[in-house]
Design a protein around this ligand. Structure first.
Ligand SMILES: [Zn+2]
Length: 300
């Protein structure tokens, strides 16, 4: 069985007409109804858990930001609505029931249809449509229950600068990211960012040029670190690299995506693996991409 997380609460982070809006998770949930998935209930993150990945003052600021009159974080990219804090807490915290289910041996694979996304949220601030870093919280929670070494793979078309930032000096979490070189967030994601201190050698960026095709992308995944002895694989699944997306020039086809998912599953071998939704803004392309991912998780 493949585990699945979705709840109406994820529609309540109200961004109106922004491209990162509630329709994204609604269309995914609709298309996934054809599969028999093991649904888990959402759960909130605690502030203590968030303090392990974000600076305390940032978490506390978000908690009261809307009531204090703020309607965005940093700039108009990252909107705050009345429910945004609650929804962001739930997006991050809903990674925990999946880890618990892995631990109990109920499932080995899962897909998290959650928002707001998380991979641009750095220690000291959210940005790029992201409030809290969901995959980072999941990594720390997984470690707390015994999955000591965590492999994070990020195929969103944008660099996962937040995840890189949080684990940059950490040798227990390996961060691997492929992304479009000349795209948001612009100033991170180069090949020479390899980690620092203990974390040196545990951060690997493989940026690509504009108009990336299937073959080019798939080849970059030959560089996944075969020597890193991980206990679990977490994937930042951003579908904004697909050819019908308007936020990048990447030209990845559905067949290319399927091959990518298979390559990642090959790499994970028998270890638990979970895909967390990050980007993806063309609703048709997004839904189909999620469907391909889940189908591979079931069939592979
Ligand atoms: Zn993205």
């Amino acid at each position: 069985m493949v585990g699945y997380i979705y709840d109406e609460i994820f529609t309540m982070h109200d961004t109106a007409e922004h491209i990162e809006n509630k329709n994204r998770v609604v269309v995914i949930d609709e298309i996934l109804k054809e599969f028999d998935l093991k649904r888990y209930n959402v759960k909130r993150a605690t502030k203590e858990e968030l303090y392990k990945i974000h600076e305390k003052h940032y978490v506390d600021w978000v908690e009261s930001a809307y009531d204090n009159g703020y309607r965005m974080i940093l700039n108009e990219d990252t909107i705050l609505s009345p429910m945004s804090y609650e929804v962001a807490l739930t997006a991050s915290g809903s990674t925990k029931p999946i880890i618990d289910a892995f631990k109990r041996g109920e499932i080995k694979r899962a897909f998290l249809n959650i928002r707001p996304p998380g991979h641009h949220a750095e220690k000291r601030t959210g940005q790029g449509f992201c409030i809290f870093n969901n995959i980072a919280l999941m990594a720390r929670y997984a470690q707390s229950v015994g999955y000591k070494k965590v492999m994070i793979i990020d195929f969103d078309v944008h660099h996962g600068n937040g995840t890189q930032d949080i684990f940059y000096e950490d040798d227990t979490v390996f961060f691997f990211s492929t992304h479009e070189r000349n795209n948001y967030p612009y100033f991170t994601g180069s090949e020479d960012e390899i980690g620092k201190g203990k974390g040196e050698g545990y951060n690997l960026n493989r940026p690509y040029d504009d108009y990336c095709d299937d073959e080019t992308l798939l080849k970059l995944y030959d560089d996944l670190p075969k020597w890193f002895d991980f206990d679990i694989v977490l994937v930042s699944a951003g579908y904004d690299l697909m050819m019908d997306e308007f936020i990048s020039t990447a030209q990845i086809s559905f067949e290319g995506l399927r091959a990518l998912i298979r390559k990642i599953l090959d790499f994970a071998k028998d270890k638990p693996i979970v895909f967390l939704l990050e980007g993806g803004y063309n609703l048709d392309s997004l839904a189909e991409s999620a469907k391909i991912t889940v189908k591979e998780l079931i069939d592979y």
